[in-house]
Design a protein around this ligand. Structure first.
Ligand SMILES: Cc1ncc(COP(=O)(O)O)c(C=O)c1O
Length: 446
């Protein structure tokens, strides 16, 4: 049986230099590094470089990068087309007080691919784009409150960092009427009071909540498959009903595709056949460079065109990020999406049939090339809401799995997510599947 203490020891021994760097880094940066999400068990794993589907750690170990910067690097590290695009731009200058063609070209690519996107506005991160989207929604509707889902993540800003990953032990209210909870100290209560919190995959509950707030709610912002708050896929008919209801109640529907845009050329909304008013994008559309964007209908964007809404920043539409994004999207054609989604299907099918056949409390779930995995308390579980996630997972076992996977050369997102990259091979996938079976068996000593 593999215990937490053993897994932790194996991990800290293998990544000893990273452990030391985390500790010394704390003198300079609170926590040792800028992103809280880097924490992997007791410390981060520092990398020296990336190549294709792998990263090389500062200890010299090669890891299959199932994190890929939390889903950003879909085409792999250092893809030659992206390297060329950036190098070409570097020759011309880094940033200007003038627009460049790159911004228009990336906007054109996105509006060609995504049916609901007629116009696009760029930012430096998806957190910023989410803020822009709710400001536009408020200006367009003249209403103030924002409805979001418990378990939905839309960046770290005060206005939206509410109930993204609340632990049930924090008393988040009844299952059908969640209480909005701040995700951080320092978020004023008036921000939290502005959030109407909804329940994933429970239309009856959502309808009741939204109707009771219809007079003052500007928009519903949602992920079709949540990620950072814990992976949960929404049901297609549930999403269709929310679309219908938001139309009826005069609320703007914002679909946050920061991660899920990697589902197809037209994003996950294409597979769900849903047409939001605004779409938030980020991660892969910058090819690995910082970016965020809002796409949407001319009708809703009219408040921006008329200059009623100010959404603007020094680096918005940065030419380098736009050039990298264009190169990335051009690599991601239909065949590339088929390949990467096919690898995800294989992982799901093989690991779930293995777990089912052996009555092992382990599942892989979700759609497209971002999957959730869970070591659960009982076998044969489904995860359909954020609370389901908390109630059903065995947190300690999840940690053992992630630590040991990293020790053995596979680097998932430790909260229970893996993302695939285009250059991954069938040998990589076989290695991932077999290593998972080995570790999960050792954890449950079966
Ligand atoms: C769905 C979603 N929205 C917004 C964000 C925030 O993006 P950024 O980190 O670029 O600000 C993220 C980041 O993980 C995300 O997954």
């Amino acid at each position: 049986m593999l215990t937490y203490e053993q897994a932790l020891n194996n991990f800290s021994e293998k990544f000893h230099a990273s452990k030391a760097k985390t500790l010394t880094g704390r003198d300079l940066i609170p926590g040792g590094f800028s992103r809280r999400t880097f924490n992997y068990g007791p410390h981060a794993v520092f990398v020296e470089r990336g190549d294709g589907q792998y990263v090389k750690t500062i200890e010299g170990h090669r890891l299959l990068d199932l994190n890929n910067n939390f889903s950003t690097n879909i085409v792999g590290h250092n893809h030659p087309d992206i390297v060329n695009a950036i190098t070409d731009m570097m020759d011309k200058g880094f940033s200007f007080g003038n627009p460049t063609d790159h911004e228009l070209e990336l906007a054109n690519l996105l509006s060609d691919r995504i049916e609901s996107v007629e116009q696009v506005k760029f930012f430096c991160s998806a957190s910023e784009a989410c803020l822009g989207a709710i400001r536009i929604a408020r200006a367009y509707t003249g209403k103030t409150k924002i409805a979001k889902f418990e378990g939905g993540y839309h960046g770290f800003a005060d206005d939206l960092a509410v109930s993204a990953h609340p632990n049930p032990s924090n008393f988040p209210g009844p299952d059908k009427k969640p209480r909005s909870l701040p995700d951080s100290d320092g978020i004023p209560s008036y921000k939290v009071d502005n959030i109407v919190t909804l329940v994933q995959n429970d239309f009856e509950a959502c309808e009741k909540i939204l109707r009771s707030h219809s007079q003052d709610t500007a928009c519903v912002i949602m992920e079709l498959q949540s990620g950072a708050g814990g992976v949960v896929s929404l049901d297609k008919t549930f999403v269709a009903k929310i679309r219908e209801l938001t139309h009826e109640l005069g609320m703007v529907l914002i679909v946050d595709e920061t991660m899920s845009l990697r589902a197809s050329t037209g994003g996950l909304q294409k597979l769900y056949e849903v047409k939001p008013d605004l779409t938030v994008m980020g991660k892969m559309i910058g090819g690995g460079l910082p970016i965020g964007a809002i796409g949407g209908s001319r009708e809703v964007f009219s408040v921006v065109e008329a200059n009623q809404v100010m959404v603007s920043g020094t680096h918005h539409g940065h030419p380098m990020a736009c050039a990298a994004g264009i190169a990335c999207l051009n690599v991601m054609d239909e065949a590339a999406f088929d390949k990467i989604n096919g690898m995800a299907e294989r992982i799901k099918t093989e690991l779930n049939s293995w777990a089912e056949a052996n009555n092992i409390p382990f599942i892989v779930y979700g759609s497209f090339s971002i999957l959730g995995y869970a070591l659960t308390r009982e076998a044969g579980q489904n995860i359909t809401t954020h609370r389901d996630y908390w109630h059903k997972i065995d947190e300690k076992k999840m940690s053992i799995y992630a630590l040991e996977m990293a020790t053995r050369g596979y680097y998932p997102v430790h909260r229970g997510q893996i993302g695939l990259m285009l250059p991954m091979t069938s040998e990589d996938i076989t290695g991932y599947i077999e290593t998972t079976k080995d570790i999960v068996s050792a954890i449950y000593h079966c």
